[in-house]
Design a protein around this ligand. Structure first.
Ligand code: NAP
Length: 231
């Protein structure tokens, strides 16, 4: 049985990952900002009481790294999916973008994922698998940027990719793989109703990628179908 850790698990892709891994009989540790509002997680907890552990965690709160580390105690974590993320204010075109809210987007999408990874590194080191995945986005690719705009969200994911690259180099000597994943344009609250694929399609694809990648792929930026995306 593998131990999986997923952030932002109450809806969207995070919830999709929780369901997929529970079906595979994995032990899932996950985070949500408010358990009482996480109806689907509450139902899943009833069904999979032994295999699902949920903790409240807000990445904007300074104590979140310690809270996560206390929650996991000395459990080994085989696969860590840094999924929680925000898109920021709706109009991010050059004429409309402002500094308002930008720092919070960077905190959630960029700074907190690295700091919480630091706080639970001991749990990952204990695993035989040692795999970390960050939910990035193709809009963070500099080479792929043909549309311009989206300053706040793009910059957060571009910088996240740089963190993934550094982390993949820093953690390679201790056998931990670190990979950036693009989930596709997915029908979630963030992706919206006009997105191209369902949560099921995206998470099924990413699960295959997760199961088929290891230290040899560390430092890559991968699409949900397994293809490499240019940085
Ligand atoms: N959907 C897409 O098309 C798409 C495309 C490319 C990349 N992505 C990336 O994939 C990941 C998941 O996206 P999604 O579409 O599933 O988004 P979503 O439906 O909007 O869900 C976002 C999740 O992140 C959590 N979250 C937000 N702020 C948080 C905070 N301060 N602390 C802790 N958790 C927080 C949310 O919790 P609350 O419910 O409490 O707000 C929710 O669980 C994100 O990193 C996103 O950038 C998505």
């Amino acid at each position: 049985m593998q131990n999986i850790l997923i952030t932002g698990a109450n809806r969207g892709l995070g919830l999709g990952f929780v369901k997929k891994f529970l079906k595979r009989n994995s032990k899932v540790f996950c985070t949500t900002r408010k358990i009482s509002k996480s109806k689907e997680l509450i139902l899943l907890k009833k069904e999979f009481s032994k295999n699902l552990e949920v903790v409240e965690l807000d990445l904007l709160e300074e104590e979140s790294p310690k809270m996560l580390s206390d929650f996991l105690s000395n459990q080994a974590i085989d696969i860590f999916i840094n999924n929680a993320g925000v898109i920021g204010n709706s109009n991010q075109s050059f004429n409309a973008v402002s500094s308002e809210n930008w720092i919070d987007v960077l905190k959630v999408n960029l700074i907190a994922p690295l700091i919480i990874t630091q706080s639970i590194l001991a749990n990952i080191k204990k695993s035989a698998h040692k795999k970390i995945y960050f939910l990035s986005s193709k809009v963070g690719s500099i080479e792929d940027n043909r549309g311009g705009g989206m300053y706040v969200y793009r910059s957060s994911k571009t910088a996240l990719n740089q963190i993934v690259k550094s982390l993949s180099i820093d953690l390679k000597p201790i056998g931990i793989s670190v990979i950036s994943l693009h989930p596709g344009w997915v029908k979630t609250d963030m992706g919206g109703p006009h997105a191209l694929i369902s949560v099921e399609e995206s998470v099924s694809g990413m699960l295959k990628v997760i199961l088929n990648t290891d230290i040899r792929n560390s430092g890559q930026f991968l699409n949900y179908d397994g293809c490499e995306i240019p940085w």
